[in-house]
Design a protein around this ligand. Structure first.
Ligand code: ADP
Length: 562
């Protein structure tokens, strides 16, 4: 093992090395997480649903000790493939144990794990792989046909590794098609994770690029470990070794919000759901594995909760879920808690923040409040996790009061916040703060609430109307399955809100009833001018409402008095 030296003496000007060297300068490295889990929680399980063969869902189980051994074999295999420090290795894969091994094998040996979102348009996938100059691509069987089509346009890929065994290897017109299990079988697990500078890049994720081309965010070993410490702490995920965690959020969506790093640090059992994210499959897995904590975007929970209500089911072990990625409607928080005894921890973050920024748990003083008052607090996106700072600013960059009323551009800074996008010269920072593109309020207790993404806010007669607030109200109506509110052009007011709704199956409701539902819940002038019904709403590759598409669809919509 090589000795490690702190790389940044510039932060200690005038202090000589003998005064500075009071404590060890052990680098913060991702390999330490799996090594810790293997040594101290060696027999703790990692359970995965895999889809191999004829689409039959199989459950695979092994332990942290096994995962560490196989990640080491993978690191040896990568070396033999010629992979060196800094190389980008792409994945197109579901949540599963092999993907987990890649997280550690690739980053642990000093290369960069680049998780690609398979739900993006094929042209975007090709753009991202070429932009990142990925050298090898690891794919689940599901995505082999996609890669077969894209392969001629993938300029830097030297080989494609199918994450399966020899028996399930597909026939595909892909040059240098390799078998994951063959690669590992040829290696020994005798490998010592190397020590290197903690600022070495470890991971790469692209923002989903709802407007313009996706941008790459390069995480480092240090940023990942700092994020892990903060995200697993009590007022955040509150992880300990007795938890059983099922990340529904994909490992290709900002590292499944950090769960594949937090779980080994805490020593908790992980349950990977694979490709089956429908209500029935998830429910069965939650019960079979005794899941206690989960994490995912609101749309996936809509599916699970509806399935459970239809079949009159209850959870036996599931206690808490982290919901984020887009605003969690209060009606969903209420239903989780009242109908299923599951506490919702509302969370906010973004690719540029690794991704966690804030999480919402109640304080002691909130416990005597009424259910309704508590719900109003839980609807907020929460307080910053330690290490991250949030501020709201006006257009001149001046901080605004933290009174829960003033709203402005939400800014973030901290050790796991982006400073430069991959291969971009210009830093997005403003006076050392990262502008998130969200508009928010912060109250006196530090609870932040997102009013809107700045591009989604509805500008009516010089005032701003929060589309999220209007959507949250609509979601509380018993006939509404999903709701979106967008601004539609208006000759007098510039823009007015239009409510677009997907009804629950088998119910009847008209526009008037939905619009009247706003009475008494919001100022009159904020009430949507009209409601339209659709069979489904457009979503992004990460399950959020795709408002750019919706605005396009309703571009020529005529409001009643326009
Ligand atoms: P993108 O969709 O741009 O790839 P991310 O997955 O990084 O990006 O999403 C980040 C954005 O998602 C945030 O800037 C914010 O607008 C939205 N978001 C995330 N969590 C929440 C939440 N709990 N409430 C409201 N908006 C959220």
């Amino acid at each position: 093992m090589s000795a490690y030296k702190s790389s940044d003496a510039s932060l200690n000007p005038g202090i000589d090395a003998s005064t500075r060297a009071g404590m060890m300068q052990r680098p913060l490295l991702i390999s330490s997480l799996i090594e810790h889990a293997a040594k101290n929680f060696g027999d703790t399980e990692i359970v995965s649903r895999i889809v191999e063969g004829n689409g039959i869902s199989v459950t695979h189980r092994y332990t942290y000790r096994d995962a560490n051994r196989r990640a080491k074999k993978l690191a040896n295999a990568l070396k033999h493939l010629g992979v060196t420090k800094g190389d980008r290795i792409a994945t197109l894969a579901w949540n599963g144990y092999r993907h987990f091994e890649i997280y550690y094998g690739v980053s642990g040996m000093g290369a960069i794990t680049h998780t690609v979102n398979p739900r993006l348009f094929p042209e975007q996938i090709a753009y991202i792989i070429n932009h990142a100059e990925d050298t090898f691509l690891f794919v689940d069987l599901t995505f082999v046909p996609l890669i077969e089509t894209l392969m001629p346009g993938l300029e830097s890929i030297k080989g494609v590794v199918v994450m399966t065994d020899r028996a399930h290897m597909p026939f595909a017109k892909i040059p240098n098609l390799l078998c994951y299990e063959d690669l590992l079988a040829a290696e020994v697990d005798d490998f010592e994770w190397p020590l290197f500078d903690e600022s070495t890049p470890s991971g790469l994720c692209y923002t989903s690029g709802t407007t313009g081309n996706p941008k790459g965010v390069v995480y480092t070993h240090r940023s990942t470990i700092c994020h892990t410490y903060a995200a697993m702490s009590p007022d955040a995920f509150c992880l300990d070794s007795r938890q059983v965690v099922l990340p529904v959020v994909p490992m290709f969506h900002v590292n499944a919000w950090g769960t594949p790093f937090m779980c080994p640090a805490a020593g908790c059992k992980i349950v990977f759901p694979g490709a089956a994210l429908d209500g029935a499959s998830l429910y069965q897995l939650f019960e079979q594995e005794g899941v206690t904590l989960s994490a995912g975007v609101p749309t996936v929970w809509l599916g699970l909760l509806n399935y459970m209500k239809t079949h009159h089911l209850k959870f036996s072990t599931f206690k808490e879920t982290v919901v984020g990625g887009s605003a969690c409607p209060p009606a969903m928080i209420e239903s989780f808690e009242r109908d299923f005894d599951v506490t919702v921890i509302h969370a906010w973050g973004m690719t540029e923040l690794s991704p966690l920024g804030s999480m919402n748990r109640l304080r002691t003083k909130h416990l005597q409040l009424s259910i309704g008052e508590q719900l109003a607090i839980k609807a907020k996106q929460g307080t910053p996790i330690f290490g991250l700072e949030l501020e709201i600013m006006n257009a001149d960059g001046k901080p605004l009061p933290h009174d829960g009323l003033a709203f402005g551009d939400l800014m973030a800074r901290g050790p796991w916040v982006v400073e430069h996008y991959f291969k971009e010269e210009m830093s997005p920072l403003r006076d050392g703060w990262f502008p998130t593109g969200d508009v928010a309020t912060i109250d006196a207790d530090g609870y932040m609430q997102i009013t809107d993404r700045s591009k989604d806010v509805i500008k009516s007669g010089g005032e701003w109307i929060s589309s999220i607030e209007l959507e949250n109200i609509a979601m509380a109506h018993p006939a509404v399955l999903e709701a979106a509110v967008i601004g539609v052009a208006h000759p007098k007011w510039d823009e007015r809100p239009l409510l677009v709704v997907v009804k629950k199956p088998g119910v009847t409701v008209d526009a008037e009833e939905l619009l009247n539902f706003y009475d008494g819940k919001i100022a009159k002038w904020m009430r949507p001018d009209a409601a339209a019904f659709v069979l489904q709403l457009p979503h992004t590759a990460t399950g959020k409402l795709l408002k750019t598409k919706l605005r396009e669809d309703f571009k020529s919509y005529k409001l009643p008095d326009a």
